[in-house]
Design a protein around this ligand. Structure first.
Ligand code: N01
Length: 534
């Protein structure tokens, strides 16, 4: 059978860390590759999230590519937790180093992705009117890129400045002397609030769910420290590959309940002093056993009470309705202490819900607030949102949105039956957001590239998830999640932050190391869960 010739072998959607590595890796494998990117630069998350205080909560030496040892040696991270501008500079450096920009169409959003059963190609349409065909599509649209502002009545008539942490302007925002509102206390809000409080005349924080946050204890690297890290980089990467998080946090292997109260307290205190999300991997059962989990949760609750002077405010900030880690753990610099400031007010919108916006601010059931700017730190339509908004249509005209109407269904979190030759990097059903995401990205890109090599060696041109393999994978992902504390919270992991979204735990929670081993077995066995054809 002869095949219609596409414009490119592979189109990559998105030039964040996933898309950039996919372009490089697939080019190296000899494919013609082209990429569409909505922003006018590379970096994805780090291109859009320019809010004050934005940093990565994964340590900079881990939040970086591992595929090229020369790149590791060539780049100097300045701090333990890199700021958004530094991570964006790193993304630009990577784009320059591997000459990625020549194959990226910037400021171009993909609006439709449609498969033709006849010529077995994908056609992508963009908001600039471009139409492009490809044999394979690699979606690298990110898990947290579809920013969400809840639909409050009156918001359009609000006369002040409206900002979202995930769509921050490129020009600096001057909060000096202004009355500012922040809505949302997830990772973004918790990072932005202390910095905005420093700048603003007055800050009102609207909180629906109090959150657990661990101090970052950020600091600059010394020259000696950096030299030592670089000398041992390969060993660090090898160590990271053996962990569930794809990181080199020090994972405890004991049960929190198997040690004495005193020993446990000392260990929590030690981790609290070190700072960062290593706190939640202190004991092996914190994500599996509620009693074990509560020992860590209670430690953090006590720290909040010690930090926040007003006992009523401390109580409002204290999380009690979900286990620690069941929502993504936050990492902060001076978050709780910010509420000791006279010019910062905390409003509990669970007790006094927001009703609507007014031209000058907003109304809750009990009060009226006036402010000059509102910052929505209200999160994302996570994981599925960015995929579904591209209007993906597969075999027989089936819409991905229809197929996933009761929740996402994938095989290995990478492919979905009925949508051949479409790879979804860090897709639902893969470790993605539960691992150090660059490690997860590299594994997905490498797996995809190796599969394409294997297909080329057999002269196959179409690959598709088998429905029974997909069913088994979905069940496996659900079973793993049911063993954990994750379903005990309402979170974006479960889609509960988006009204009407099905409550399904989306990431694979078995750990990146286990997932990698499962993928390696699949490849070694000749990809039994995939149907391939010439
Ligand atoms: O979003 P979120 P985020 N009325 O969904 C509240 C990554 N990240 O942008 O908890 C009132 O976590 C909502 O309240 P509730 C990281 O993986 C990483 O902060 O739903 N409030 C919550 O408080 C993170 O987990 C980094 O009750 C409403 C907040 O808005 C993920 O991105 C930095 C509301 C949303 O929190 C998302 O974080 C930043 C409503 N109608 C982000 N709707 C780092 O690496 C929502 N909220 C450091």
């Amino acid at each position: 059978m002869t095949h219609a010739r596409p414009d490119y072998d592979v189109v990559v959607i998105g030039a964040g860390f996933g898309g950039m590595y996919a372009i490089h890796r697939l080019r190296q494998a000899g494919h013609s590759v082209y990429c569409f990117e909505a922003g006018d630069g590379v970096g994805g998350t780090w291109y859009w999230n320019r809010y004050p205080g934005a940093r990565c909560d994964v340590e900079s030496i881990q939040y970086s590519y591992s595929f090229d040892p020369d790149l590791e040696q060539d780049w100097d991270w300045s701090e333990r937790y890199a700021t958004q501008p530094e991570i964006l500079r790193y993304a630009d450096h990577v784009a320059d180093r591997y000459d990625l920009r020549r194959d990226i169409d910037f400021s171009t959003r993909v609006t439709s992705v449609r498969y033709s059963d006849t010529d077995r190609l994908w056609t992508l349409q963009t908001d600039t009117g471009r139409s492009t065909t490809a044999r394979f599509v690699v979606s690298a649209v990110g898990c947290l890129s579809d920013a969400r502002i809840p639909e409050w009545p009156g918001l359009n008539a609000y006369r002040g400045e409206v900002l979202h942490t995930g769509r921050w302007p490129h020009e600096p925002v001057d909060f000096a002397g202004r009355r500012v509102a922040v809505i949302g206390t997830g990772s973004s809000g918790i990072q932005a609030i202390p910095v905005i409080a420093e700048q603003a005349g007055h800050l009102t924080v609207f909180q629906r769910t109090p959150n657990y946050s661990i101090p970052a204890r950020n600091r600059e690297f010394t020259a000696d420290e950096l030299r030592e890290i670089k000398a041992g980089y390969r060993e660090l990467r090898a160590k990271a590959r053996k962990t569930g998080g794809g990181n080199y946090l020090n994972h405890g292997s004991a049960s929190a309940l198997a040690v004495s109260d005193q020993e446990r307290e000392q260990e929590y205190e030690r981790r609290w002093q070190i700072g960062g999300n290593g706190f939640v991997v202190c004991y092996a059962d914190l994500f599996f056993d509620l009693d074990a989990n509560d020992t860590a949760a209670e430690f953090v609750r006590r720290r909040i009470r010690e930090t926040v002077r007003d006992p009523q405010v401390a109580e409002l900030l204290t999380p009690r309705d979900h286990p620690i880690g069941s929502k993504r753990i936050c990492v902060d610099s001076d978050y709780y202490a910010t509420f000791n400031r006279d010019d910062v007010e905390l409003v509990d919108v669970r007790a006094d819900p927001i009703v609507d916006f007014t031209p000058d601010g907003l109304r809750t059931e009990g009060r009226e607030f006036v402010f000059d700017a509102v910052v929505f730190a209200t999160g994302y339509d996570a994981m599925t949102g960015p995929l579904l908004r591209m209007n993906v249509v597969g075999c027989g005209g089936q819409r991905l949105a229809d197929k996933w109407s009761a929740g996402p269904r994938t095989y290995l979190g990478l492919m979905t039956a009925g949508f051949p030759n479409l790879f979804m990097l860090t897709g639902p059903g893969s470790p993605s957001v539960l691992a150090s995401v660059i490690a997860a990205i590299e594994q997905h890109v490498d797996f995809t590239a190796e599969l394409l090599d294997w297909m080329r060696s057999r002269e196959d041109v179409v690959v598709e998830a088998q429905p029974d393999a997909e069913d088994a994978w979905v069940e496996h992902v659900n079973e793993l999640a049911a063993q954990t504390i994750y379903p005990r919270a309402n979170s974006w992991y479960l889609g509960t932050n988006v009204p009407g979204k099905p409550r399904v735990f989306m990431p694979y929670s078995g750990g990146l190391h286990t997932y990698r081993a499962e993928c390696e077995q699949v490849a070694a066995a000749g990809y039994p869960g995939l149907a391939v054809k010439r």
